[in-house]
Design a binder for this molecule. Structure first.
Ligand code: CA
Length: 230
């Protein structure tokens, strides 16, 4: 099942095209956000959750190829639909190699874009494996959809918050040092500091614990780190 109103990120520097796509997506019942350069698009896709990214290849600064590659290197699984210029077969091949899921050649009909997008979302959700939901207390984590609920209500987590929660759950009952969490969850990022872990743990507690000051699940292991007790 697809999400009720899929969230789409549009990374495109041609304003007229970006606006046309944005307006059409909204009219079709999607939620949409726009970025006009690669770096901004990359940051948005890295820190917030989207159901798909529409990604132009030729962008100021960071190219669509670089954005796609860096997202995959950061374990962001969001489906990517690349927009390539007419006849640039090499672009398509390279795009798919770097982790894009599909491509569309400019200029395109809006109907074609919508069809590709729908297919992309359908494929992403059809391949959902069974038994990927984990429950703790009032919390519920759907690993495939990367969705979290508390008391049945959706909880918005950033990509890093989700990855941290996943690491906790996969290692429940085990004391995890801040250094290990930094290595495993932030490994690829430039210069995370130890405090990063504490800040994210605090955010997770605020979002998932009934009483964040007295957590039941994300516990502090005195002087050693943290432990998930789900
Ligand atoms: Ca462009």
């Amino acid at each position: 099942m697809q999400p009720a109103r899929p969230r789409i990120l549009i990374v495109e520097d041609e304003e007229a095209l970006s606006v046309a796509v944005y307006d059409r997506l909204i009219a079709e019942g999607y939620q949409a956000e726009q970025a006009t350069d690669g770096q901004t698009g990359f940051q948005l896709a890295l820190t917030r959750r989207f159901d798909a990214v529409i990604l132009d290849v030729m962008l100021p600064g960071k190219s669509g190829f670089d954005v796609c590659r860096d997202l995959r290197q950061n374990s962001v699984p969001t489906p990517v639909l690349m927009l390539t210029a007419r006849g640039q077969l090499v672009d398509k091949v390279l795009g798919l190699k770097l982790g894009a899921d599909d491509y569309l050649t400019k200029p395109f009909e809006m109907m074609e874009l919508l069809a590709r997008l729908e297919a992309l979302l359908r494929r992403a959700h059809q391949s959902e494996p069974k038994g990927t939901t984990y429950r703790f207390g009032e919390g519920e984590v759907d690993f495939y959809r990367t969705e979290v609920k508390r008391g049945g209500a959706p909880v918005e987590l950033s990509v890093k918050e989700f990855q941290l929660l996943q690491h906790f759950i996969e290692h429940r009952g085990v004391v995890l040092s801040r250094d290990e969490l930094l290595d495993r969850v932030w490994g690829y990022d430039a210069t995370p500091v130890t405090r990063t872990v504490d800040v994210h743990v605090s955010w997770l507690r605020q979002k998932l614990e009934a009483d964040p000051a007295h957590p039941q699940f994300i516990l502090t292991a005195h002087r050693r780190g943290y432990k998930f007790a789900g």
